[in-house]
Each structure stands twice: as C-alpha cells, then as structure tokens.
Design a protein around this ligand. Structure first.
Ligand code: TTP
Ligand code: CA
Ligand code: CA
Length: 683
C-alpha cells in the first residue's frame, strides 16, 4: 500500500540506517511505541486524522448531475444557499448570499435546489419548483446521508479491519480516524528495530532515534514551526508516525476520490482537537500535517475563542480575566495563575488545551440518540387533515433514517415516540412507547396520528405554527426470531398502539417536567424571565446571557422548532441533557455539544442552546423572505406573527462554531465556516 519510501537516510537511500551505535536517543520509549497498538489516548506517538469533504452537498449534486468540476454551483434551500462549491466561492459567493445575490455575482452559477418531501407525497424528490413551495415542501437530506454512508463504507473497507481500525463518524461529512494501531503495525514492518521486545527488557528505556535524516512529506501542507523550534532537528519517531499516517490518509483520500468522485481535506496530528483545525486549514483537496514540534506555533496564531469549548462562557471568562483573546498571550500565563482566576479544573484544562493537549477518544461507537422531523408553518395550518399529511411525511422521513440505522436488521430501535405541537406560544407534547415488534412507516404514522388525536382533545389548538415528531430511547435490538409474533400485537403493546399512553402533559406541565430535568444552569435560564422576542436572536453576537434564551410566556423551552433536523439528539431538552450527560465536554471537546442541524461544535450546553435559537431565528427569517414573494401569504403571516416582522440580515450565531486557521494561504475568499450555519442539519 505504501509504495515508494518517504524515508531518506544519510546516504540518500531509503533503507533505514543500521548503525545504531552512533545514533542519538529518541525522546520516546518502547512503552510509548507499544501504547500505539492499544489506542492509548495519552500516548505521545498517537496519530489521529480528521477528514472533511469539500463543499459536501455541492459535490454530491455535481457528481449526481455530472457537472464539470470547474463550473460554479451552489446548493439552494428555498431562497438561501447551504453549500457553495469552490469555483463559485471565487466569485465571493457564500452561504450568506441569497440566490438572487449569488446570481448577480456570477450569472453562470448553477443553483440546484435540495430534494424535498411534498405534502401528500410519500417520497422525496428533486423538484424544479421546490423553491416556491416552502409552505408545502420539507427538505430531505437523504441524498447526502446516502452518500455520506457510502463514503463511510469506502473508508471502512479500505482501512485494515479489526483492531487496526477506529473510525468515528463526526458529522454528515466528517470522520475522525485514530490511526495509531495501524501506523504502529506499519512502523513495525518498516523498521526492524521496532519489532519484537525492547533490547534490554526495559520498556521505559528511550529508543534510538530513527535512522532517517529527512522525511518526504509529498504534497502535504506542513504547518510551519516557530522561530528556533527545531526545524533542523532530526526527525524523531513522532514525525515518522505522522508521516506514515499522512501516507495512509493520502491513499485513503485517493480511494475516496476514485470510488465516489469526491474530494476531501484532512488534518493529521496527534489528537482530534488539532486534526480538526488542520483539515480546515487548507482546502479544498489538501491535507495538513501538524507535527508535534509545530503545535505551539500552529495554535498561537488562533484566537482562543475559536478553539472548541472556549467559544462560550468559559472563553469570555478567560478573555475578561486576562484581557486578551490571543492564544499567544495566554501561553505566557503560568498554570498557577490560570487556576487562581478560573478555578483548578478549568485552569488546568485551559493550560493544556492551549498547548494542544487533547486526550478525547476517537469513538467508533457514537450512535444517535434520537431523530426528529419537523416543520414550521407559514402560514399556520388550521386543520387535522393538514397536520395529518405532515405526520405522514415525518413518519416516512424518520423511518427512512431508522432503516439507515439498521432498524430492519433489528440492530437498534427507538422505544418512544413524541409529538410536539405549537399553537401561538403554547407547545403541547405527547409521547408514548413504540411497540417492540411494530416498527414500520405505517405504524409510526398511526402512533403519530394517535398522539395528535390526544392533543386535539385539549381543544383550541388551531392554528398551529409548528409540528414535530421525534423518536428516542434507542436501544440495541433483539436479534433473531421474528416469526409469527412479529405480526401479533398483545397486551401493553396493543394498548400502547391504541392509546399511545400519552404523557398527559399540558404545556405548563411539560415545561415543569423538563425544567426538573435540566441541569442547574439551564434551569436558571428557563426560569429567568426576560424578553424573548425573536429579534434578540437575530441581532445578537457573542454568547447570549442566560436570560436571552428564554421565550417568555412560552410553553416551549426547547428549540425543536424548525423545518428539518436530524438525529444525534439535539432536538429537545431531555435529549440534549441525556447527550450532555454522556460526556464531560472538556474531556471530549470535539463532539460534546454538536449542533445536530449544522455540525457546529459548541462549547457548552448554553452555547449550543443559544446557537439553536439562532437557527430558529434564521429559519423564521428565511421563511419570511420567501413569504414576502407571495403577497397574500405575507399579509396574513405578518398579521398572525408580528415576531417574524421584517428583519434583515440575521447576525452570526451566538457562538462561534469552528476555528478558522490563523492564516490561509490558499487565497480563496475568506471562508466564514460554520458561522452562517443555517437551515439544514444532519446526522
Ligand atoms: P461544512 O463541512 O461546514 O461545509 P462544506 O462541506 O459545504 O464546505 P467546506 O469545503 O468548507 O467543508 O458542511 C457540510 C455540509 O453541511 C454542507 O455542504 C452543507 C451542510 N450545511 C448546512 O446545510 N448549513 C450550514 O450552515 C453548514 C455549515 C453546513
Ligand atoms: Ca465539509
Ligand atoms: Ca464539515
């Protein structure tokens, strides 16, 4: 797999030098090398890669439609853009543009609308008239999910299997790979001295330096070192490990390109934090290696508020305490002082993060916790019939995703189904169990109708501005016998199907229940009063203070309010908190508070929530923009919904979502990466 050797010894040939007597000692011990095989996350020779597809949805459309690579193309949702390919970016077109603005900047732009479900239809499709059907269509991300899955399979098939593979799907277009064991195997094969046991039986003894003088990094972007930071020092084993990893990644990217047609960019370093920053450093179709000796210089170019988990409150606190946002300034601050001002735990964590320390695991078992399908209505809907048509779409949408999750093979199944209904500023919710043997599109639809029926019993529920259906409580399925039992519904299950055992919560009770389940910080936010007009979300920058997150007098404490979102558990507060409970964000910074709609990684539950609020506001604004094109609808929408008035230009989401590199040398238009995260979400 690894063809011409990238290692050069003193004499310019590529076999490892064999004169150990003259060699210096490495900084690394045999124990360190052995630790690679077991994915020890503190191993100093650890190698982790992050792959991110270039302008993903745009590439999917280009490949699907056979559009040449140099043609500018953007993916459209209603009147906005959600993905822009690189040729189009050279016209300064970005996610912030409307279709009209983009076409003005580049009249030749191909703008492809995403596929949609249509009220009354049972299958999503690409439709020429989708943009005008915001009222009756709902975006489908299935084409991108399917391609995402395909790419994932290519990756898994290409890499060696078993213990040598650790792949985490981090979002619809990203994966992390812990390549430590794989690289360990390759190194042992290539370097005789690494095979077998340590020479004197002492694993803590430093190894000899590798017998190579120079490494050939091919076309990789190497992050520069700071002044006097050892560019001329001989390569040590960590450089060798990263070089082997970068070869593996280059090969893998080639295979992905060949088999699927897609290009991606990658970061290769010793952990997730750095590799994620690395994959965004140079795009498209490039890979960036952050050698251990370059980490300090690499990070010192960033504002620390761009680093995961430092974008929010904690970051603000740090900025205030030290009167700076620059990593380079904070690197001067001794740990003791950080601890004094920020508390012991935070102090230590920040000290380490600024130095690129991240021991979070690449987690191949990451599984979604819930799925949600929703639609905000403009104008509101007013009848059970209308709502029922949407329930059918939601059921089909969710079921399609369940199939993708392996529900047909009985791998994992959700236990509960929930329906949320918004009328004015009241949200009503009902939930019930999903009978074990009765999981198909039709049964989800039946259960959903039943929940709706329960809600209608409360009377006075129309007009309705938002409906959302979700399934949650995933558990491992039971394998095997699905005989006649599969078709019989008995006892509790039958009752469940009949009545949906609804949690009889009025909107007030629903709030109370979810408040009880919130962590303290969130509780304050919900209790805390304060005006919550949509305007505030649209004009805010920076982290919202807690009371900004309140929707006053609203039965709704959650953000599951917009057209489409998917999977991974960020829909409703119970799910949020269960997901949050899983991981100490500071221990696994990369995915601890990921927005399920746009993949932004937020620093804290608060930031995530406020970011979701921003999505909500943006959705309203988006819909408003469209509705203005339809004079009649506009009139009624404005009358019913003063809050969607006529805001122009939503601000950036309250929390920054992704770090951008300290300097971009590609000369492409300045990317505003995860900032304008709008509209779509993914799983
Ligand atoms: P990104 O990886 O953030 O962006 P990208 O792949 O389009 O571009 P890049 O080359 O800079 O990586 O998001 C992946 C896909 O997720 C993107 O193609 C469309 C979707 N998405 C949205 O729908 N809305 C958003 O706001 C963002 C950020 C992404
Ligand atoms: Ca991408
Ligand atoms: Ca991405």
């Amino acid at each position: 797999m690894l063809s011409s050797s990238p290692f050069r010894n003193r004499h310019g040939d590529s076999s490892p030098a064999r004169s150990p007597g003259r060699r210096k000692r490495s900084q690394f011990t045999y124990r360190h090398f052995h630790q690679m095989a077991s994915y020890n996350t503190s191993c100093p020779l650890r190698v982790v890669a992050h792959l991110d597809l270039d302008c993903f949805y745009a590439q999917v459309e280009m490949v699907r439609l056979g559009i040449p690579e140099d043609k500018p193309l953007a993916v459209q949702q209603w009147q906005g853009l959600i993905a822009v390919n690189y040729p189009a970016r050279s016209f300064n077109i970005g996610r912030h543009c409307t279709v009209t603005e983009a076409k003005r900047l580049c009249p030749g732009l191909i703008s492809q609308h995403v596929a949609t479900w249509r009220e009354g239809d049972d299958k999503w499709a690409y439709r020429d008239d989708a943009a005008e059907h915001i009222a009756t269509d709902k975006v489908s991300l299935d084409p991108y999910r399917l391609e995402s899955r395909r790419i994932m399979n290519i990756i898994k098939e290409h890499l060696p299997g078993g213990d040598l593979q650790k792949v985490e799907k981090a979002s619809i277009d990203e994966v992390f790979l812990d390549l430590s064991a794989h690289v360990h195997a390759v190194m042992a094969e290539r370097f005789e001295e690494l095979r077998g046991l340590e020479p004197y039986g002492d694993a803590n003894e430093e190894m000899l330096m590798p017998g190579v003088k120079a490494l050939d990094w091919k076309a990789d972007a190497l992050v520069d070192l700071g002044e006097g930071e050892g560019e001329f020092d001989d390569p040590d084993w960590d450089d060798v490990a990263l070089l082997v990893a970068s070869e593996i990644v280059r090969n893998l990217r080639g295979v992905i390109r060949e088999k699927s047609g897609y290009t991606c960019s990658a970061g290769v370093s010793r952990n997730k934090l750095l590799s994620k920053l690395g994959s965004a450093y140079k795009k498209p179709n490039q890979q960036t290696v952050i050698r251990n000796r370059a980490v300090r210089h690499f990070l010192s170019g960033f504002k620390f508020t761009k680093i995961k988990n430092l974008g929010g409150k904690l970051g603000e606190q740090v900025a205030e305490a030290f009167n700076t946002e620059a990593v380079s300034d904070l690197l001067e601050v001794p740990m003791e002082q950080l601890k004094m001002k920020l508390g012991n735990e935070n102090g230590v964590w920040i000290y380490e993060t600024l130095r690129g320390v991240d021991t979070s695991e690449v987690n191949s078992g990451t599984q979604i916790k819930s799925m949600l399908s929703a639609k905000s209505f403009r104008p509101d809907i007013t009848t059970v019939e209308q709502a029922t048509k949407w329930l059918r779409i939601f059921a089909a949408d969710i079921f399609a995703r369940l199939v993708e999750e392996g529900v047909l093979e009985h791998k994992r199944r959700p236990k509960t189904i929930n329906l949320h209904h918004r009328h004015g500023n009241q949200t009503r919710s009902r939930s019930g169990p999903i009978p074990a043997r009765l999981l198909n599109e039709e049964s989800l639809f039946e259960l959903a109708k039943n929940l709706l029926y329960q809600i209608t019993l409360e009377g006075n529920i129309w007009p309705c501005s938002n409906l959302s259906l979700s399934v949650a409580g995933f558990e491992e399925g039971v394998q095997g016998n699905m005989g006649i039992d599969a078709f019989l519904v008995k006892g509790d299950e039958a009752r469940a199907l009949k009545s949906s055992e609804s949690a009889r919560t009025s909107s007030k009770e629903a709030v109370d229940t979810s408040i009880r389940q919130q962590p303290a910080a969130k509780r304050r936010r919900i209790d805390g009063g304060g005006g919550g007009g949509i305007q505030r979300f649209l004009t805010k920058r920076g982290s919202a203070p807690e009371d900004d997150l309140v929707r006053k007098n609203s039965g709704e404490t959650t953000l599951g309010t917009s057209k489409t979102y998917v999977a991974s558990g960020a829909g409703w507060p119970e799910e949020l908190s269960s997901k949050e409970a899983q991981a100490d964000p500071r221990r696994s910074p990369m995915m601890a508070h990921a927005c399920s709609r746009c993949n932004a990684n937020l620093g804290s539950p608060e930031e995530l929530q406020s970011h979701l609020d921003w999505h909500f506001a943006k959705d309203l604004q988006e819909e408003e923009r469209v509705s203005q094109a339809f004079a009649n609808q506009q009139a009624s929408a404005a009358a019913n919904n003063p809050r969607v008035g006529s805001q122009k230009g939503a601000a950036a989401p309250p929390a920054s979502a992704a770090a951008s590199g300290p300097k971009k040398s590609t000369g492409r238009p300045k990317k505003k990466p995860e900032r304008g995260q709008s509209k779509l979400n993914f799983g």
